[in-house]
Design a binder for this molecule. Sequence first.
Ligand code: GLN
Ligand code: ZN
Length: 761
Amino acid sequence: MASHIVGYPRMGPKRELKFALESFWDGKSSAEDLQKVSADLRSSIWKQMADAGIMHIPSNTFSYYDQVLDTTAMLGAVPPRYGWNGGEIGFGTYFSMARGNASVPAMEMTKWFDTNYHFIVPELGPDVKFSYASHKAVEEYKEAKALGVDTIPVLVGPVTYLLLSKPAKGVEKTFSLLSLLGKIIPIYKEVISELKAAGASWIQFDEPTLVMDLDSHKLQAFTDAYSQLESTLSGLNVLIETYFADVPAEAYKTLTSLKGVTAYGFDLVRGSKTLELIKSDFPKGKCLFAGLVDGRNIWANDLSASLSTLQALEGIVGKDHLVVSTSCSCLHTAVDLVNETKLDNEIKSWLAFAAQKILEVNALAKALAGHKDESFFSSNAAALASRKSSPRVTNEAVQKAAAALKGSDHRRATNVSARLDAQQKKLNLPVLPTTTIGSFPQTIELRRVRREYKAKKISEEEYVKAIKEEINKVVKLQEELDIDVLVHGEPERNDMVEYFGEQLSGFAFTVNGWVQSYGSRCVKPPIIYGDVSRPKPMTVFWSSAAQSMTARPMKGMLTGPVTILNWSFVRVDQPRSETTYQIALAIKDEVEDLEKAGINVIQIDEAALREGLPLRKSEQAHYLDWAVHSFRITNVGVKDTTQIHTHMCYSNFNDIIHSIIDMDADVITIENSRSDEKLLSVFREGVKYGAGIGPGVYDIHSPRIPSTEEIADRINKMLAVLETNILWVNPDCGLKTRKYAEVKPALSAMVAAAKQLRTQL
Ligand code: GLN
Ligand code: ZN
């Protein structure tokens, strides 16, 4: 009856860790308070798994911030600027690396594979002096043991750790990160030895980079690493855990030949090809951890289908060598359905959050061992059947319309330069036109108004009045600043996806379905459970109101279909592309209604388009194809004179530049402030870009106020590689999280810089 959980959410069912962290950071509570909340969370998770009957319960998957940063701490790889002087790393150094302190900024953060979880990127150079500086893994193991739970300690594997690192400043171009392998292995050996001494019989190394396209040099590093660890690992059962995709054939060969390793974990939800590899060649006597319960989504498992898969696998690897598991850490899903008091009961029956996934894993393991819990299986089957046949899932008209889109092309009839000419005649903008990305600061007062309206504490009339006043304030401010294309400021929106999801059919919302994004930050993705349609206009009322307040062009502001998809929990009973096409049709209706209402500039944000890019190159073209197609569908029906903007929140788009051009927007604004050179180099290398483009001229993520000179300087750098008549001047992203005291002077400097340069052209 072997069962295993790869990892578990840390935040707690009601985000207890978030509040404890933030209160500690604000100096409102002590380190002991934070440690107490954390220990309670860990112990309740371990007990929950033990009570459910899980055999391999993970430890060291808790983190005060991030598991990669924990590994950096374990290895003592603190960048010198944090002034750490050796010894065990405490909260001071740890949180300085994570969040920065008064004198030193934080380390870089980036996305964990294709999830929305962000990790702290290790910075490693030839001079790092590694030392065993955080005993967290061993302490957690012992802590669980003292509670009567024998766990499988989890470490980020040494090769994945190095492959996710970046070379320290100054050695970017020359340094091979993998050359550090020989230096970190001794620390791993110390950790392993201590775990053994503490009584551990199993150990888990997470090596998810094995699912990427790795060259033979990188694969060799895995062989080297585990050969070096072999003697220390002897006497332990060693699991190498992979997740998020298939393990490619070459990597599979490497993985299954690793020395000292006794078990392999595979993601069988996202990695259906792995199943074929296992069937064709699985090493004798080794254990297979079959990740059948999805750690990244919120749907109840199809238990009977999973059981058949397990039975087939049992025939290959043998009864004693098969372990039922989750596809990856449950870190990427919501915590516990028990706290969803407002979800409709039918929809609720279709779902399984982390706590429910534990029960599913256990039920599967028991069934495999001949102790099938018939009532658990039959209520699962009933829930699946209800989902399949529920009228709320299916909207035939939508399905037909979406199906009709596939295979056909959707492009605006006129090419972009002719459109830009037509638009210019109507809009009559100066060269280097100025604009912003959409949101303006969200004050406490504003959040209160929205909350009270939702709770029905203020009337619709009062709410509309308050929001209109806010819009008017934002419009007047932009006019005073002399910005050319205005925005309404998005005061009615709490979140750019949730706002649309709430108005579309086919979406459900949770109260506590939080997922960690980074540090203490969590997001609450909507659940797309059915065919998507738009019962009525969503933004026209506010955009028209805003346009009526000014003679200048007012941008209509929408979230694009790919971003809505990538920031939601998506249904798995149809391809993601199909769901995206449905959303695209809903947004298309909105675009056309905005146009009819007299809105001449419409921005369709695709902030998360790149985030959905599959991990493996072989799958990327297909994704980009339907993602870009979905975007074009939203605005294929507008007149030449209607100007379509899009916005993207990342600067790293060099590899997908041709897809971005293929989106065929009239203007794209893009995050740029932290990597001018990277972005502009694409154009320097000769990529032709004929549409309008606004690389952000200052960083909105920082409270720092830029000067006119520095903005002018950056615009000049852009002018050196881009045509004058296509360049726009705008900040990096929305201003939602900033204060007016920062936004006013920053925008004023931005407009001044644009004006100054106009006189010199
Ligand atoms: N229009 C949104 C805003 O300004 C865009 C946010 C984003 O790109 N993440 O807030
Ligand atoms: Zn953005």
